[in-house]
Design a protein around this ligand. Structure first.
Ligand code: PRP
Ligand code: URA
Length: 242
């Protein structure tokens, strides 16, 4: 059967014996410390199954991708620095809390990355969002930079870079080069991504070892057209037009 040669893992609640659990395709392990894959919970695998299915229609594709994007944003925020913030509760007791330190902004790689903006806004009210328009040439798969609009003070912010698909890595590398040229240090960029290829991850991690990547799943590879496999097809088309 299709995909049968790739490793699978058991998925399901802890109270079920391993032998009674269904199996599902496993995310590829990579040896890079800067790469953080979301916990491979039954919920995440079920959401990924919905958006990968070619039979899933646009309204459902949007709904389920938004749920994955929300998980990515919540995990991405865990990588931002916090400082101690003790408070007193209404019943007069103290609580040793923390609060975020530093300013952030989102930067989406248009068009597909814009699909991740709402998830970021849902977690960070009135967050500044910049945009970089990069399009992959359909023949050569080389990225081309058309436009950028970034907050003036971006060099003093943590940047959450948004793009759901990370294939050859060309588009994300070009976007990071734009950010670095505006003075953003590599170690203050977090790249939030739904599906990555091992090739993209390797190229990117070797070039930017201090830049953290938070992804939901690392797939098996790329096809002859540099589409991610098994992947989900063209994210932008499925989210905006199909
Ligand atoms: C897709 C995707 C990434 C890029 C990934 O965008 O959203 O930006 O391709 O491929 P890469 O890692 O090989 O560069 P595309 O250029 O197709 O534009 P779109 O967002 O308008 O669909
Ligand atoms: N862009 C997509 O939308 N999907 C891929 O598989 C590769 C690039």
């Amino acid at each position: 059967a299709e995909g049968a040669s790739f490793p699978k893992q058991c998925v399901g609640p802890r109270y079920r014996p391993e032998k009674q659990k269904p199996t599902a395709t496993v995310s590829t392990e990579v040896p890079f410390e800067n790469v953080h894959t979301l916990p491979q919970t039954p919920q995440l695998i079920a959401l990924l199954t919905m958006i990968r299915d070619k039979k899933t229609e646009r309204a459902d594709f949007i709904f389920y991708s938004n749920r994955i994007i929300r998980l990515l944003v919540e995990e991405g925020l865990n990588h931002l620095p916090v400082v101690e913030h003790p408070i007193t509760t209404p019943v007069g007791r103290s609580y040793a809390g923390v609060m975020f330190q530093g300013k952030i902004c989102g930067v989406s790689i248009m068009r597909a990355g814009e699909a991740m903006e709402q998830g970021l806004r849902d977690c960070c009210r009135s967050v500044r969002i910049g945009k970089i328009l990069i399009q992959r040439d359909e023949e050569t798969c080389q990225p081309k930079l058309f436009y950028d609009k970034l907050p003036e003070d971006i060099a003093s912010r943590w940047v959450l870079l948004l793009d759901p698909m990370f294939a050859t890595g060309g588009s994300a590398i070009m976007a990071v080069e734009v950010l670095i040229s505006r003075g953003v240090p590599e170690n203050r960029i977090l790249f939030l991504n739904v599906i990555a290829s091992p090739q993209g991850i390797e190229k990117f991690s070797k070039k930017f070892p201090q830049l953290r990547v938070v992804t939901a799943f690392i797939d098996q590879g790329l096809d002859e057209k540099n589409y991610i496999i098994p992947g989900l097809g063209d994210f932008g088309d499925r989210f905006y037009t199909m």
